[in-house]
Design a protein around this ligand. Structure first.
Ligand SMILES: Nc1ncnc2c1ncn2[C@@H]1O[C@H](COP(=O)(O)OP(=O)(O)OP(=O)(O)O)[C@@H](O)[C@H]1O
Length: 265
C-alpha cells in the first residue's frame, strides 16, 4: 500500500536525516516504528503522506509515485495523526474537527454523519462532539486527531506517538482501534516509545537508528537482540526484563505470556 524506495531526506540540504530507506507496508498489517529521539521516525512517516517530500528516492502509494500529488490528495489514502495534536486541530468543536476532511470531499450529509459517528465511537468522543477540543487534556486531544483520520477512511493510518501520556483505558482504546483497522484490512503504522504497547499490539517492528533502518522483524526477534537494543537505545518490554532477571528459560514479551510461563513452572 505504501512503499519507500531508496528514500533520503535532508531539511537543510546538507545533513541527511533519513538515509536510503527501503520499506513496504501492506494491507491488514500493524507495524510499530521505534527508535531513539531524533532517529528520523516522524520525518520518515511525514514523507508517506506528502507532508515532506523526499530529497531522493520514491514514495509509492497503492503502486503510484506521489511526488506530483498534493498532500490533500495523498491524505485520501494515507492519513497521518500528528505527534503534537495542536499542530493538527484548528476547529472550535470536536464535531467540526472530525468532519472537516470528509466534508471537504462533499460527502452526502447522511454518509458524513455516519463517518463522524463511527470515528467518534471508536475514539470515545461520542458524548463530546459539541465541545471545544481544548476542553480536553493533551492526551485526549490525540484521540480527536485520530478520529479525524478515521473519518477520512483512508487505506493507511499513521499514528505518531499516540501512546504518549495515555492512561490504561486510553491505551486499551488504542489497541482496539488498531485491531479493528487491521480486521478491516487497513494498513496501520504507529510510532511509539512504549515497548509494552509494541509487544502487545504489533507483529512487525521497524527500528530506526541514526537515520537508517537498523532492523525490521517480529517483536520476538527484535527484543531478543540485546546489542541491537543498546545500539538503538531501546528498553525491552517489562515482562522480558523480569523474565531475564529471574533467569527464566522462556522469553515472554507481555504480562499475559509471563504469567502463563510462571504458572506452567
Ligand atoms: N523542521 C525541521 N527542521 C530542521 N530539522 C528538523 C526538523 N524537524 C526535525 N528535525 C531534526 O531531524 C531529526 C529527526 O527528527 P524526527 O522528528 O524525524 O525524529 P524522531 O525519531 O521522530 O524523534 P522523536 O522520537 O523525538 O519524535 C532531529 O535531529 C530533528 O531535530
Amino acid at each position: 500500500m505504501v512503499e519507500l524506495k531508496n528514500v533520503s531526506f535532508s531539511y537543510d540540504g546538507q545533513k541527511q536525516i533519513v538515509h536510503d530507506i527501503n520499506l513496504a507496508f501492506t494491507a491488514g498489517t500493524a507495524t510499530a516504528i521505534i527508535g531513539q529521539n531524533g532517529a528520523g521516525k516522524t520525518t520518515t512517516v511525514k514523507m508517506m503522506n506528502h507532508l515532506l517530500v523526499p530529497t531522493q528516492g520514491q514514495i509509492l502509494v497503492n503502486g503510484e509515485d506521489i511526488h506530483d500529488r498534493t498532500t490533500a490528495q495523498v491524505a485520501h489514502h494515507v492519513g497521518y495523526a500528528f505527534q503534537n495534536p495542536d499542530d493538527q486541530i484548528f476547529n472550535n468543536s470536536i464535531q467540526k474537527e472530525i468532519e472537516f476532511g470528509p466534508k471537504r470531499d462533499n460527502l452526502p450529509q447522511d454518509q458524513l454523519q455516519k463517518r463522524v459517528q463511527v470515528a467518534a465511537k471508536m475514539t470515545g468522543l461520542s458524548e463530546h462532539l459539541d465541545e471545544h477540543p481544548y476542553n480536553f487534556p493533551y492526551s485526549l486531544r490525540k484521540f480527536i486527531t485520530i478520529a479525524s483520520i478515521l473519518a477520512m477512511n483512508p487505506e493507511t493510518y499513521i499514528f505518531d506517538e499516540p501512546t504518549a501520556g495515555q492512561d490504561h483505558l486510553s491505551r486499551q482504546r488504542l489497541s482496539k482501534i488498531i485491531t479493528q483497522l487491521v480486521a478491516q484490512q487497513k494498513c496501520v503504522i504507529v510510532i511509539t516509545h512504549d515497548m509494552n504497547f509494541v509487544a502487545e499490539n504489533f507483529n512487525r517492528v521497524i527500528v530506526l537508528s541514526e537515520h537508517q533502518v537498523l532492523a525490521d522483524d517480529t517483536p520476538q526477534a527484535i527484543f531478543s537482540q540485546p546489542k541491537l537494543m543498546t545500539r538503538a537505545n531501546i528498553e525491552p518490554p517489562e515482562a522480558l526484563s523480569i523474565a531475564r532477571r529471574v533467569h527464566m528459560a522462556t522469553r515472554p514479551l507481555t504480562v499475559t505470556t509471563l504469567v502463563d510461563a510462571l504458572k506452567s513452572k
